[in-house]
Design a protein around this ligand. Structure first.
Ligand SMILES: C[S@@+](CC[C@H](N)C(=O)[O-])C[C@H]1O[C@@H](n2cnc3c(N)ncnc32)[C@H](O)[C@@H]1O
Length: 245
């Protein structure tokens, strides 16, 4: 995420649509991950099979049909290697867990874990979660939306790429059921402040921190590769939690 080409200059709406919180980078996909995608995507994947080149928009999805049952829905955005997604699904079998990630090796990895643990309550999408929330998410349907260690986009000129922005937060509030939770964590202090500010602009989300800032680290949040890296660099981790009112 060091030097990126500047975005092309676009006007109004086109520009808003073109700004994404990620850059397509396939990286190395292992044989086991590629094999998992081929074998397991038909069982656990939502939308078209990821091809490593395109980020497909999701069609409208009947989630009860996709899971084969009706249950509260949880959405994790940018699950990375899926450590939290698999653990949460194992701990909360009563919830239907949806994970969104655009990085194909991470999707392959979580599929292997889902198979190993024999989980039937996980589905994954390899699509832009912000676009999904804007265009295809069922309104008021989610009991939680989780975003852990989103790309911080350190440089000022890249701040517009941060996924947590007022318009995005409004789509999260639309998707959450009353009483549903938005849970975030970051190891980049300026992004934590940016999150507080962006979410404060949404009157339907109330901060659960007594002092209106951060909450204690949730006991069940597993240490991920990204959090570990932040800790090694001496960063302080901030947890945030909001309820849909
Ligand atoms: C810094 S990583 C953190 C991964 C994981 N949550 C963790 O804590 O280890 C952020 C991840 O978000 C994914 N991501 C960024 N924007 C996304 C989007 N709009 N939709 C889905 N995934 C996204 C990236 O591909 C990346 O894997």
């Amino acid at each position: 995420m060091s030097e990126l080409p500047e975005l092309p200059v676009l006007d109004g709406d086109r520009r808003a649509r073109a700004i994404r919180s990620f850059v397509r980078r396939e990286g190395r996909i292992t044989d086991a991950q590629a094999d998992a995608l081929a074998r397991l995507w038909p069982l656990y994947g939502l939308g078209p099979m990821p091809d490593g080149e395109h980020v497909h928009p999701l069609p409208l999805i009947d989630f009860d049909a996709a899971f084969g049952r009706a249950a509260p829905l949880s959405l994790e955005i940018g699950f990375g290697n899926g450590e939290r997604l698999a653990q949460a699904a194992a701990r909360h079998p009563d919830i239907n867990h949806i994970g969104a990630e655009v990085h194909r090796p991470g999707v392959g990895r979580v599929l292997l874990e889902v198979e190993k643990l024999g989980l039937s309550n996980v589905r994954v999408m390899c699509s832009d979660a912000a676009e999904f929330l804007r265009a295809a998410a069922p309104q008021g349907a989610f009991c939680e939306v989780v975003i852990q260690f989103p790309d911080p986009w350190h440089k000022t000129r890249h701040h517009k790429r941060r996924i947590v922005q007022p318009a995005f937060v409004a789509t999260v509030a639309d998707a959450l059921a009353i009483g549903g939770r938005l849970k975030l964590a970051t190891d980049w202090a300026p992004y934590a402040e940016h999150m507080l500010e962006a979410i404060a602009s949404e009157p339907r989300l109330r901060n659960l921190s007594p002092d209106g800032r951060f909450v204690p680290r949730p006991e069940d949040r597993p240490l991920t590769r990204f959090e570990n890296r932040g800790l090694r660099l001496g960063h302080e981790v901030a947890d945030l939690e909001f309820v849909r009112v």
